[in-house]
Design a protein around this ligand. Structure first.
Ligand code: IPD
Ligand code: CA
Ligand code: CA
Ligand code: CA
Length: 267
C-alpha cells in the first residue's frame, strides 16, 4: 500500500472510532455555533486532533489543513494534507447516522491519495492517483449512464448561502424534469464517494470547502468520473461549486443549471 495511504487509513479509522463512541454517548457531545446554521462539536475537534497527531508522527514536515485547525505549516510545503474530521456534523448532532472522515494528501498541487471513511457502515473508500479507487478493497468503476434521464442525483442545500436559494431551487426544478429523484444526505464527502460507487448517478453543490471534496474528488476521478465547476471548467477549488458524475451526466447537469447561474456561480 502507498505509505501515505496507509497513514491516512489509520488516521481515518481512529477518528471514526472517536465519532462512533460519542454517537452512543450524546451527553459527552458539546455543540457550538460556528455561523448561521453551521455547527461544530468537541468531537469534530477531537477527531481532527487525533488525525493530525497520527500524520505528524509519520510526516512531521508536512503541511496540514484541517477544517477546525486551519493551516498547520510544515517545513515541507510541497506536501499538503487536507482533512475534514467529520463531514456531516449536522447529521452527527441530530443522531442521523450518516457522516464520514475525509483525508486527502496533495503533492505539488495534485491530490495523490484519498480516503473517505464511513464509520457507521465500516465503509472505506480510497484512491491513489493513477491506481484507481476502491471500496473496502474492491475496485470501483463508474457505469456508463447515458444521460440524466431517470437518474438519482445527490446534492446539498446551500444552507450557509441562502442568498442563492432561488438559484438553487431553480436548478433543482430544471433537473427534476428529467432525473428520477434527488438525495440530500448531509455529507458531501460521502455524496462524492457514492457517485464513484454508482449509488447515485451525479452530484452538484454550491459553496463547498476544499476539505469537503478533496478526497471525494480523487475517488470519483479514479473510478472513471469527472468533476467540474458550474460551467464545466475546473475552478471549483476557488469557487467551491462542484458537479460530479460520468461525462454525460455532468454535461446533462451543466445544461440544466446554466439558466440559473449568477456571475458569482459561473465558476
Ligand atoms: C458539510 C456537509 C454537507 C454539505 C455542506 C458541508 P461539515 O460539511 O458536507 O453535506 O452540504 O456544504 O459544509 O460542515 O458537516 O463538515
Ligand atoms: Ca463544518
Ligand atoms: Ca465538510
Ligand atoms: Ca467537518
Amino acid at each position: 500500500m502507498h505509505p501515505m495511504l496507509n497513514i491516512a487509513v489509520r488516521a481515518a479509522r481512529r477518528a471514526g472510532t472517536i465519532i462512533t463512541q460519542h454517537l452512543s454517548n450524546p451527553s459527552a457531545v458539546e455543540t457550538m455555533q460556528k455561523g448561521q446554521n453551521d455547527f461544530v462539536t468537541n468531537v469534530d475537534k477531537q477527531a481532527e486532533a487525533a488525525i493530525i497527531e497520527i500524520i505528524k508522527k509519520s510526516y512531521p514536515d508536512h503541511t496540514i489543513i484541517g477544517e477546525e485547525s486551519g493551516q498547520i505549516a510544515g517545513n515541507d510545503n510541497t506536501v499538503q494534507w487536507v482533512i475534514d474530521p467529520l463531514d456531516g456534523t449536522t447529521n452527527f448532532v441530530k443522531g442521523f447516522p450518516h457522516f464520514a472522515v475525509s483525508i486527502a494528501a496533495r503533492q505539488n498541487g495534485r491530490t495523490e491519495i484519498a480516503v473517505v471513511f464511513d464509520p457507521i457502515r465500516n465503509e472505506l473508500f480510497t484512491a491513489v492517483r493513477g491506481q484507481g479507487a476502491q471500496l473496502n478493497g474492491y475496485r470501483l468503476r463508474m457505469k456508463d449512464v447515458k444521460s440524466i434521464e431517470g437518474t438519482i442525483l445527490a446534492t446539498g442545500f446551500p444552507f450557509k448561502y441562502k442568498q442563492f436559494s432561488a438559484n438553487f431551487i431553480g436548478m433543482l426544478n430544471a433537473l427534476f424534469v428529467e432525473c428520477a429523484d434527488f438525495r440530500r444526505t448531509g455529507s458531501a464527502a460521502l455524496d462524492l464517494a457514492y457517485v464513484a460507487a454508482n449509488r447515485v448517478d451525479g452530484y452538484f453543490e454550491i459553496g463547498l470547502k476544499p476539505w469537503d471534496f478533496m478526497a471525494g474528488e480523487l475517488i470519483v476521478k479514479e473510478a472513471g468520473g469527472i468533476v467540474t465547476d458550474f460551467v464545466g471548467d475546473n475552478n471549483y477549488l476557488e469557487s467551491g461549486n462542484l458537479v460530479a458524475g460520468n461525462g454525460k451526466v455532468v454535461r446533462g447537469i451543466l445544461n440544466k443549471i446554466r439558466e440559473h447561474l449568477t456571475p458569482s456561480l459561473s465558476k
